[in-house]
Design a protein. Structure first.
Length: 293
């Protein structure tokens, strides 16, 4: 896809994701104000909006007019809660997120914990209300997001990452899949569902998301070794500081780059095997693998 066409479509998806976030989540003037301020502070802090963009673009690959706004916003709510909780002192204890003070630094620990808590049911409320006229779709979306965010994937990955045990190859794979790939996989699959894709194509999108999610995290791990904090908007060297071994420690930089390349080819293969118009998504996953921030 031509670079300027990609750029304009990407910007349009980000704008769509951000305006949906503003419209579909409670205003900061909603009682209790401090809680809603904290939720919006973290939701509006920026970030790449990768999950909502993937969801919107996946829906558009099948049905250009499909309204994936509620699904995209639900994904960003879960993602944002996970970042707020991950930054808390009892977890990764990080003062900086998306280039500004993390939620508990701007507010306080209890408010940040509660803001993260409130973002979780909000995600499922958005799916239940946004797709109420299509109950089969609503149920499938709730199931997809609940599985990705649940104890076997997102929370499970975070648990094994935090439990202080030494990482081996199997644990590293479990953490990669749970902490990063599960939510990217759900983003692709939920978008395809809203777009009306067949079950076979939804599964291709799920697998594309899983492969690209692992690649995305491996790129993140490489950047943690090589980029600087200003570039990333968050502290670097955190993995080494925490004494956690990553895929890169275990396999080396060269093998990690090779795996990123293989996963990107796998992702593109799944996308191209479907009936969707996936040119934008193919370009996006290629750029995700080559990103520097
Ligand atoms: C608290 C249950 C729970 C989980 C936390 C999000 C998370 C799991 C940990 C943060 C550390 C980390 C490397 C997670 C992997 C997922 C990931 C790469 C998150 C960052 O996503 P980006 O880069 O962030 O898309 P932005 O800010 O751009 O949205």
């Amino acid at each position: 896809m031509d670079a300027s066409l990609f750029q304009s479509r990407h910007e349009a998806f980000i704008e769509q994701a951000e305006s949906s976030l503003r419209l579909l989540t409670p205003a900061s003037t909603t009682r209790p104000e401090r809680l809603h301020e904290a939720m919006r502070y973290s939701l509006e802090a920026g970030g790449k909006r990768l999950r909502p963009v993937l969801c919107l673009a996946s829906a558009a690959a099948f049905a250009p007019q499909a309204d994936a706004a509620h699904a995209a916003t639900a994904l960003e709510c879960i993602h944002t809660y996970s970042l707020i909780h991950d930054d808390l002192p009892c977890m990764d204890d990080s003062d900086l997120r998306r280039g500004r003070p993390s939620c508990h630094k701007s507010f306080d620990e209890a408010t940040a914990l509660l803001a993260g808590d409130a973002l979780q049911p909000l995600a499922f409320e958005l799916l239940a209300t946004g797709y109420a006229s299509r109950p089969t779709l609503a149920t499938a979306l709730v199931r997809e997001l609940a599985l990705a965010a649940g104890s076997k994937l997102l929370v499970g990955g975070q648990t094994e990452d935090m439990d202080g045990q030494e990482n081996d190859a199997d644990r590293i794979e479990f953490i990669l899949l749970g902490k990063t790939a599960a939510m990217l996989s759900a983003s692709f699959a939920m978008g395809a569902m809203v777009g009306g894709a067949s079950a076979v194509d939804v599964e291709h999108f799920r697998l594309a998301g899983r492969a690209s999610g692992i690649a995305f995290q491996l790129v993140d791990d490489l950047l943690d070794l090589t980029a600087d904090a200003d570039q990333l908007g968050k502290p670097v060297g955190a993995d080494a500081e925490n004494g956690k071994s990553t895929y890169v420690d275990m396999h080396g930089i060269g093998a990690t780059k090779e795996r990123i390349e293989a996963l990107t080819i796998e992702t593109v293969g799944h996308l191209r095997a479907t009936k969707g118009d996936t040119a934008f998504l193919v370009e996006l996953v290629r750029r995700m693998s080559a990103r520097r921030t």
